[in-house]
Design a protein around this ligand. Structure first.
Ligand code: MN
Length: 612
């Protein structure tokens, strides 16, 4: 072989281990020395070792040198030997397009590949470091090992754009890449990949254009907003950002949240990553108050920050449903904004415009001329279908349950009920709603993920569903009857000047405490019974305790949030707060001002218009 036949390769700046081949000769530069040999760089990223037994001459740092690749070891180390030739041809090597998309890895098992993407999580295990990489097509775990429990590639940080080279393996039935190299791509190169992924994800996150389950003008007008929320949630899933879903702890809030939960969990499973990703990337939790209170944000923040520090997780996207629209949520939004936590809200409470500056998206029927009759469960289910249309068969009855649970009187109520009439009668929906309320009482702050799936007949075991619901309904009704027999005899009636019938019940002393039904539902039950007994008349029921009152009304045009605001300025020292829906709500005050507040409240109700 003539010397001038010998090819010497020069690696381009972006070349990586996948571009290096054994037995080939490369042009390199001496990087440094150790007592067993010297290190030679083939480009800025790749270096190999020339053992001293393979050195042919004396060198100093930065000397140009020719080397042959003797071996590439499984851990990515390269053994080189020095070559001395005078005449040769140089061939430049530009990066081979070995980069594959994450969604194509399934066909590359056993092969060494390169992927490019964003680091979405860095988790140190007692063995390897696990990097979760996200590209435009999916999520992939990459294991890198230096020493048990030691962080591999310490320069690589969360949110970096990286190139990973490694072998595709199957572990515990899941794809994993065992990394030879993880390199952060900086400058233009990183930016190009980031933009490419960003643009592709933007298209991938766009929800399918599917029609609503029912014909509804109001909801049709909400569709752009619903698509926006669905897109934000899809994008969070595709970029392995944790999602926290908070909801009002009643049947409507649960239905809305569970519909979204089903869509999100199925999509997380589809997009790859860890087998338990659906647990640490998604959390559903009820809010006890009818708003997102400081206790809620504090818990969410506490957990998220710990996960961020401990498991290298991103900060979450928070989705609020059947909650979140009112100024009562503002203190929590303020705290969250310190940490730049994004929020989206799906609610049907009368919205206060002041909170919109904290939200990435806000779906609310009041924005488009609708009202609370479009329940959160209806909105949540339609949004869940946009997030992941595949879950529709298991969630299409949830709007009907939500509608009866929240006593919707909108036209959509009967549309959603007829949609599922074959499987669920109105009575069945009412029972499911009551079972949800009752079970949530015992669950307290827990989400009861699997129990709730049985109550909603989502787990696929209909026999168990029926047994459980009928048992819960029986239990709930027994306790409601017990409560009613204790408190109904103590209801105090009063005729108001506007011809409305007012009923007052002191739930503090005439109802069982700390049990089911709680004060709000107790007042609601009393109200329902009084409405039936006073068919045709406008009825207002106030259930009150030492420092709160719960309002229910029929046929009286009230605006509870506005009345609360007015009382707050009219009664200094009343300690007044509260809100809710226009005609169903609650108010808090200080005990010493109870009578003053209640009388002022009744005065306002006395002048409210009644429906003829
Ligand atoms: Mn609701």
């Amino acid at each position: 072989m003539q010397d001038d036949d010998i090819l010497v390769y020069r690696l381009g700046a972006t070349c990586d281990l996948a571009d290096v081949e054994e037995q080939k000769v490369y042009a390199g530069k001496v990087q440094g020395f150790a007592n067993f040999g010297m290190f030679v760089q083939l480009n800025d990223r790749i270096k190999g070792l020339v053992h001293k037994s393979n050195m042919k001459s004396e060198h100093k740092e930065k000397d140009s040198i020719l080397v042959r690749v003797r071996q590439i070891r499984p851990n990515g180390n390269i053994d080189l030997e020095e070559i001395q030739i005078k005449v040769y041809q140089v061939q430049n090597i530009e990066k081979k397009s070995t980069t594959v998309r994450i969604s194509d890895l399934g066909s590359r098992i056993g092969k060494t590949v390169a992927i490019e993407g964003e680091v979405a999580q860095i988790k140190q295990t007692s063995g390897p470091t696990i990097f979760t990489i996200v590209d435009e097509s999916g999520t992939q775990n990459v294991a890198a090992f230096v020493e048990a429990g030691v962080r591999a590639f310490p320069d690589v940080e969360l949110n970096d754009i990286v190139k990973v080279v490694g072998e595709v393996m199957k572990r515990n039935n899941q794809l994993q890449i065992e990394a030879d190299a993880i390199t952060s791509l900086s400058g233009d190169e990183g930016e190009t990949v980031r933009v490419r992924i960003e643009q592709a994800l933007d298209i991938r996150a766009e929800p399918e254009d599917i029609p609503l389950l029912v014909k509804s003008e109001v909801m049709e007008r909400l569709r752009p907003g619903m698509k926006k929320v669905a897109k934000i949630i899809r994008k969070a899933i595709f970029t392995a950002q944790p999602v926290i879903l908070r909801h009002h702890a009643d049947a409507d809030g649960i239905c809305s949240a569970v519909a979204i939960e089903q869509a999100v969990v199925a999509l997380i499973r589809e997009s790859g990553g860890d087998f338990d990703a659906e647990y640490y990337l998604f959390k559903r939790a009820p809010s006890k108050a009818p708003f997102y209170e400081i206790e809620d944000i504090t818990r969410d923040l506490d957990f998220s920050l710990k996960d961020h520090v401990r498991f290298g997780q991103k900060m979450p996207l928070v989705v609020l449903t059947d909650n979140g629209s009112t100024e009562e949520d503002e203190p929590s939004y303020k705290i969250a904004s310190v940490y730049d936590i994004p929020f989206v809200v799906i609610d049907h409470h009368h919205p206060d415009a002041t909170i919109d500056k904290y939200l990435f998206a806000h779906v609310n029927p009041y924005h488009v001329g609708g009202d609370f009759g479009i329940t959160a469960g209806m909105l949540g289910t339609e949004i869940a279908r946009l997030i992941n249309p595949k879950v529709e068969p298991i969630i299409r009855h949830l709007p009907a349950v939500a509608a009866v649970g929240d006593r919707s009187e909108a036209a959509e109520r009967s549309l959603y009920l007829s949609l599922v009439r074959d499987q669920y009668s109105e009575e069945a929906c009412k029972n499911i709603a009551l079972a949800l309320d009752y079970e949530q009482f015992w669950l307290r702050f827990n989400d009861g993920r699997e129990i709730v799936k049985d109550i909603l007949n989502i787990s696929g075991n209909s026999t168990r569903h029926e047994k459980l619901v009928s048992l819960l309904v029986e239990g709930a009704n027994l306790m409601i009857e017990d409560q009613m027999s204790a408190c109904i005899p103590h209801v105090v009636p009063r005729d108001l000047p506007n011809s409305a019938k007012l009923f007052l019940i002191d739930v503090e002393i005439h109802a069982h405490k700390f049990t089911f039904p709680p004060p709000g539902k107790t007042s609601g039950e009393v109200h329902d019974r009084l409405c039936r007994a006073n068919e045709g008349s406008p009825v207002v029921t106030i259930g009150f305790g030492p420092d709160f009152a719960v309002l229910r009304s029929r046929g009286v045009l009230m605006n509870i949030p506005r009345m609360v605001r007015e009382l707050r300025t009219e009664i200094p020292g009343g300690g007044i707060s509260g809100g809710g829906h226009l005609v169903v709500g609650s108010i808090k005050f200080v005990e010493g001002m109870r009578n003053t507040v209640l009388e002022a409240l009744i005065n306002k109700i006395s002048v409210a218009q009644v429906q003829k």
